[in-house]
Design a protein around this ligand. Structure first.
Ligand code: MG
Length: 306
């Protein structure tokens, strides 16, 4: 084989390997400028802005949902636990005829107890909550499998979560048309789950009913790339939290630090259509409503730039 032929063959082999992913178009349509190209998602991504319950101005359910609809939000994040159990029917009624969807419910959980009966009790506590979320057509229940110093060691905890506690919750969630949503935190909160890719791998190992989310605030401390992290989650990504990136307040209050364009590029590449939900505080004595409206404008501008 002549040297030129060999080099030509290598180049083609290189193209084939770069284009080997199922997400990538055929070789003859790929790499014409020397770079791999991702196939567009089946449906284009959407920016569905969302607020957590406590951040929504107003006191009554209807008042809060009216505010969301009037100000360009597409989704709402609600509390879990007693609030959820107490407000099933009022929420169902208040959601009738609205374009909003119920993204997630969020509440504390711990599946790392050494004692199996305590882990079973934690699972049992959430089963009825998943049933309620199913009836509300919610995306799912946010779960942090362990915080601080887990009782179980990491290998045991992962195995137990994937095959027992998390698996039972996910199966129950899938049966009721919803999911559990794993939330990676920061190493200072939990070493167990701190990166989106790891949450996605746990989610894949558990199977139907288990998804993962990304929280820009935690990701800014733990990930090397917002975009890379979101791409690694792909279709398993079901929820996103967002906050200002210096002080974890409403996006926009931290000036130039509040740049989400790279992350939004990742969300666009995977065709993300879930909620992007504010999880952050407000500066003291601030005009909360105005800051929320500023955030909506900022995030829409950055989404357009991505
Ligand atoms: Mg969060």
């Amino acid at each position: 084989m002549k040297r030129r032929d060999f080099l030509m063959g290598s180049a083609v082999a290189g193209v084939a390997s770069v284009c080997g992913s199922r997400h990538v178009v055929a070789a003859d349509k790929c790499c014409c400028d020397g770079m791999p190209k991702l196939a567009p998602p089946e449906k284009p991504a959407e920016l569905n802005l969302c607020l957590q319950w406590g951040a929504i101005p107003g006191t009554e359910i209807k008042q809060k949902l009216d505010f969301l609809e009037a100000n360009g939000f597409a989704a709402v994040e609600i509390p879990s636990g007693k609030w959820l159990s107490d407000n099933v029917e009022p929420m169902k009624k208040a959601m009738e005829g609205r374009k909003l969807f119920i993204a997630t419910a969020c509440g504390p959980s711990d599946f790392s107890y050494v004692e199996a009966e305590k882990r079973d009790a934690e699972v049992a506590k959430f089963l009825p909550q998943l049933e309620i979320l199913g009836t509300l057509k919610s995306v799912g229940l946010i779960i942090c499998p362990a915080r601080s110093k887990p009782g179980l060691g990491f290998p045991e905890l992962r195995e137990d979560f994937v095959t027992n506690t998390g698996k039972k919750l996910a199966e129950h969630a899938a049966k009721h048309g919803t999911s559990i949503v794993l939330e990676p935190l920061q190493r200072k909160e939990t070493m167990f789950l701190r990166q989106v890719a790891d949450g996605a791998a746990i989610s894949r190992d558990i199977g139907p009913g288990c998804t993962v989310m990304g929280d820009f605030w935690h990701m800014s401390k733990e990930e090397t790339s917002f975009m890379g992290a979101f791409i690694s989650a792909g279709k398993l990504l079901s929820h996103v939290h967002i906050a200002s990136l210096k002080d974890r307040k409403v996006p926009g209050v931290d000036g130039d630090a509040d740049n989400y364009v790279d992350g939004f590029k990742g969300l666009k590449l995977i065709g993300y259509r879930g909620a992007v939900s504010l999880e952050g505080g407000f500066p003291k004595n601030a005009d909360k409503t105005q800051l929320i409206l500023n955030m909506v404008k900022l995030l829409r501008e950055q989404w357009a730039m991505a």
